[in-house]
Write a protein that binds this ligand. Structure first.
Ligand code: SF4
Ligand code: SF4
Ligand code: SF4
Length: 261
């Protein structure tokens, strides 16, 4: 089975039960009042949000758990991993805060945890540790009262999505978002409105982003890349040394998928 989520925006009533369930499941602290450059409700303390789409449609936003994730390809220390089950998970103990993943993600998902002295990246991890590994569905899909967002096997959800479009061809845009763009994703959408706004009105190409990331990285001058890598490495060493001094018994860095806020 390849774990996936299908969100049908025509069924969403904007109740935000999915958002509340995610915060509870992942022990995410309350939000602080701030102004973000991207006003989409996502932050280190909010791994999913409900945004307003064209015509006032409610649209859930979360990590798409890409099949060939650009965030994984861009991370120089392997802090992000695509699991066999489907989720793209994150290990804060490896993260050095370089934010390459934030720049690489075509959906603008990973967020920096600005409230920490040594910030880390935060994003949805598809409830991998607390639920998926135990055979349970994610907290958000379980909580949705209208079944607007559901959990299942990716192939089966794509079939279901296409069947719904066939049944109501006048209602839906004839497209399953996440089936093909940038190599496909584990979080899929069908809708009665164009969801291009989720990718800043860019049409994503079908080929995976890692190929493009590789090309872009190859184009970066060797000396510049060397300086960036050296600075990032130095930062990582200083941070780990500081933590070892403060906590000589072990690593106090936040655990995988948990908030340390
Ligand atoms: S949506 Fe972004 S953060 Fe999520 S797996 Fe894809 S590239 Fe990574
Ligand atoms: S899958 Fe889990 S971590 Fe991701 S948005 Fe849903 S509840 Fe949150
Ligand atoms: S819980 Fe379901 S209906 Fe409510 S906002 Fe989330 S996706 Fe929409």
């Amino acid at each position: 089975m390849h774990a996936a989520i299908l969100t049908d925006t025509t069924k969403c009533i904007g109740c935000r039960e999915c958002v509340i369930a995610c915060k509870k499941e992942n022990r995410l602290p309350p939000d602080l009042p701030r102004r973000w450059s991207r006003d989409d409700g996502l932050s280190a303390r909010n791994w999913t949000s409900v945004v307003e789409g064209p015509g006032g449609a409610y649209v859930r936003k979360q990590c798409r758990h890409c099949l060939e994730p650009a965030c994984v390809a861009s991370c120089p220390v392997g802090a992000l991993t695509k699991t066999d089950l489907g989720p793209v998970v994150y290990d804060a103990r490896k993260c050095m805060g370089c934010r390459y993943c934030m720049m690489a993600c075509p959906y603008g998902i990973p967020r920096y945890d600005w409230d920490q002295t040594v910030p880390y990246i935060r994003k949805c991890i598809l409830c991998y540790e607390t639920r998926l590994k135990k055979g349970r569905q994610p907290a958000c899909t379980e909580a949705c009262p209208t079944k607007a967002t559901i959990f299942g096997d990716r192939d089966e959800l794509i079939e279901l999505a296409k069947a719904r479009i066939r049944e109501k061809p006048d209602l839906y845009v004839h497209r399953v978002w996440g089936e093909r763009e940038v190599g496909g994703a584990s979080v899929l959408y069908i809708s009665d409105v164009d969801l291009k706004f989720l990718t800043y009105n860019r049409e994503l190409p079908p080929e995976p982003m890692p190929q493009r990331t590789k090309l872009a990285m190859n184009a970066v001058p060797f000396t510049f890349a060397g300086v960036v890598a050296a600075m990032a490495g130095l930062n990582w060493i200083i941070d780990r040394r500081r933590k070892l001094q403060e906590h000589p018994e072990g690593d106090e860095a936040p655990q995988e998928g948990r908030s340390n806020g």
